[in-house]
Ligand binder design. Structure first.
Ligand SMILES: Cc1ncc(COP(=O)(O)O)c(C=O)c1O
Length: 409
């Protein structure tokens, strides 16, 4: 008898949610393959990361070549893949975002961004959305409000939540900052936000919101940090989600999509902020900072995104997916909303109790879906297929989702 699931029970720490009841054996393109021979369409790009699908041949080739040549270095040593990626990333961004530090995970990139903001401003207070997710390490977790707040002792002092925008957002934003000002000890350093809140339920702030937020930050001498872990690198139909708003952050963090499934993250800022941070002794020295292996992968990810114009493809496929989801919504009353941008889309289910059976049925029919619970509302399926997916694959997923929702309703 195979002891796999017994070993899971005996030996694995349960770190959040439940494990998917399948043993995944391999993955290729938009599909996962289970040990018992089933094919499952991956509508979450792994953990919202594998924008080129799984085991993209160009990424496989890069990893094989790079690991045989130069894998990892003393953290103060530099190699060409790292400097190439820094230069190329800056080339995809507005001119002010020219200085890059390469790291490993999303939480870590936010940790570094917040550390830099605190050092440069000489202040320590941080504002974030009440539906945010910025990661599991100290400062990132202290600015994360959508989950995991309770039971871990005090968060860093000086963290404030503002509502994710809704309704009359201008009045809401004014009131939010009245409260921030009332609570602040006069040490506001930064505001960190996702341009589209993902774990918060695929919430897209309205046009104009980020310009107004930028003004709130400017008035208070705070730095604005955009966390584009999920939205960066073409996912929403443009290279970066902030392009819609024309609001350039002081610091940008990238992760998940940058390594397309491999652990690579970046903090990007202006020459002025970097200069000031350096003058004040900025220290963020980690084991895997500036590692050549994943930097080489990052360069390959940029190659593929550029050569295959995956920004345009994400916009086109996103419109296709959106039409299909709106069609499903029109035929099933339990779907209460469809929202998002490009290939980052949310499908809201009014009755939260149906979300688990729908997810289960999708998996039985060969589709992996992820749902986030919304306090006081329904559940939201987060749909983020690889940017390399075909229309046929999206159609397959839509068909399965339609059937699973039909069976639940
Ligand atoms: C917007 C955002 N920021 C940061 C993170 C944290 O990234 P990581 O899990 O790589 O630390 C996530 C992860 O879900 C995220 O969605």
């Amino acid at each position: 008898m195979d002891s796999f699931w017994d070993d899971v029970d005996r030996h694995l720490v349960r770190y959040g949610g439940t494990f998917t009841p399948e043993i995944i054996d391999s993955a290729s393109g938009s599909f996962l393959f289970t040990e018992d021979g089933r094919r499952v369409l991956d509508f979450t790009s792994g953990q919202m990361s594998a924008i080129l699908g799984h085991s993209h041949p160009r990424v496989v080739e890069t990893v094989q070549r790079q690991i045989a040549n130069l894998d990892h270095l003393f953290s103060g040593m530099l190699s060409r893949p790292v400097v190439d990626l820094a230069r190329r990333l800056a080339g995809t961004l507005p001119p002010s975002l020219s200085k890059v530090q390469l790291l490993t995970t999303g939480a870590e990139s936010n940790e570094a961004a917040l550390r830099m903001a605190k050092l440069v401003t000489g202040k320590h207070e941080v504002v974030a959305f009440a539906r945010s997710w910025h990661g599991m390490t100290a400062a990132a977790a202290a600015a994360t409000y959508s989950a995991g707040r309770k039971g871990y002792g005090p968060a860093a002092p000086g963290n404030f939540a503002i509502p994710a925008p809704s309704g009359d957002w201008r009045t809401q934003l004014d009131l939010a900052f009245d409260l921030v000002d009332a609570q602040s000890v006069g040490s506001l350093a930064a505001c960190i936000v996702e341009p589209i809140l993902s774990s918060g339920g695929i919430l897209e702030p309205p046009p104009g919101y980020f310009a107004a937020l930028r003004e709130k930050c400017r008035e208070r001498g705070m730095l604005l940090i955009f966390d584009e872990a999920q939205t960066g690198l073409c996912r929403t139909g443009t290279w970066y989600a902030f392009e819609r708003d024309g609001v350039v952050p002081d610091i940008l963090t990238l992760s998940k999509t940058l390594g397309a499934g491999l652990p690579l993250a970046a903090v990007v800022t202006s020459a002025e902020i970097e200069e000031e941070a350096h003058a004040r002794g900025y220290l963020f020295f980690t084991t895997h900072v500036s590692d050549p292996l994943v930097a080489a992968v990052g360069n390959t990810v940029l190659d593929v995104l550029e050569e295959e114009r995956l920004d345009e493809r994400a916009a086109k496929l996103g419109a296709f997916l959106r039409t299909g989801l709106e069609d499903i919504a029109a035929r099933h009353s339990l779907v209460s909303d469809v929202r998002g941008r490009g290939l980052l889309v949310g499908l809201e289910i009014a009755d939260e109790s149906l979300s688990a059976p729908i997810t289960r049925r999708c998996l039985e029919l060969g589709l992996h879906m992820n749902i986030v619970q919304m306090p006081g509302m329904g559940g939201v399926f987060r749909i983020a297929p690889p940017l390399t997916a075909s229309e046929e694959e999206l159609e397959l997923g839509l068909g399965i989702l339609d059937e699973a929702i039909g069976a639940a309703g």
